[in-house]
Design a protein around this ligand. Structure first.
Ligand code: ZN
Length: 95
């Protein structure tokens, strides 16, 4: 099932991709638990392959202020239309 959610950019293969891969697995687990997997795109309405956005230990964020405050998020981009679906990290990690 994780083949529905691919990696972009390609994760490094030197071991530093471990956290990235764990997070990708976590979002799949979360979406499955919520009955949302495979995720249907909110924009084009297809069940296209999604790309998990991140790199090594870096997650996407939702900016909160100009001085650098943010909410960490798990983001998936639709491979058909590019629409980005963003999920609050604490909900994914505790849900
Ligand atoms: Zn789409």
């Amino acid at each position: 099932m994780t083949d529905m959610i691919q990696s972009v950019p390609q994760p490094p293969t030197d071991g530093s991709d471990k956290l990235y891969n764990e997070r990708r697995d976590r979002i799949v687990e979360f979406l499955t638990k919520k009955g949302l997997f495979p995720l249907k795109c909110a924009c084009c309405k297809t069940s296209s392959q999604m790309f998990f956005l991140g790199h090594k230990d870096m997650l996407t964020v939702t900016p909160l202020s100009k001085n650098g405050m943010y909410y960490p998020s798990y983001a998936l981009a639709c491979s058909n239309c590019g629409f980005i679906h963003s999920f609050h990290a604490s909900v994914v990690e505790n849900g």
